[in-house]
Write a protein that binds this ligand. Sequence first.
Ligand code: FMN
Length: 196
Amino acid sequence: MRKNFGAKPWTYPQPVFILATYDENGVPDAMNAAWGGISDDKELTMCISDDKELTMCISAGHKTTANILARKAFTVSMATAHQAVACDYVDIESGNRVANKLEKAGWHTTKSEFVDAPLVDELPMAVECRLVSYDPESCRLVGEIMNVCAEESVLDSEGKIDVEKLAPITFDPVHNVYRKLGEVVGQAFQDGAKLK
Ligand SMILES: Cc1cc2nc3c(=O)[nH]c(=O)nc-3n(C[C@H](O)[C@H](O)[C@H](O)COP(=O)(O)O)c2cc1C
């Protein structure tokens, strides 16, 4: 027997992506986006809205949206367990209300080498994107991935990203909490072959 919860924007796992941008004066801003993901080899789709409809969301109201349209670029950092409080702060405050939002979050920024957007120094892994399109009617933002970068402090001995060191978090929309990514339970592209 299944329980029906109605139409909710609930999926597991939901990412905690921190979008960072510059405004027209070069002031950095950041916000959390849980409704986003990869749509192509080099494409990342984000839904920028306060709406609760899954992909039909619109909010030209976010400072981030205005910044992306002005500078045609954004970075997407993985929120981490170490920075969970600051990552939540940038969700509940808007750059439209406070000019020094990142400073209040305790974050510092460095300009991306690849796109006209800031990297958050305190978040060690980021995807750097050039704006492809933003449709205010569907709220669909598409970015082309120009680079992925990670601090050496979160790399393993082979130079790959070490998920344990990075400690990325996911958003649990049922309980409104952030959870740390868990342990390995299988080998991708491999384990299913046992059932072929
Ligand atoms: C867990 C969580 C997930 C969120 N996901 C999204 C999202 O996917 N899209 C969106 O437009 N806003 C989302 N928000 C809201 C923005 O992060 C929030 O409105 C932020 O203050 C906007 O900041 P800005 O105006 O400085 O750009 C989310 C907020 C929280 C707490």
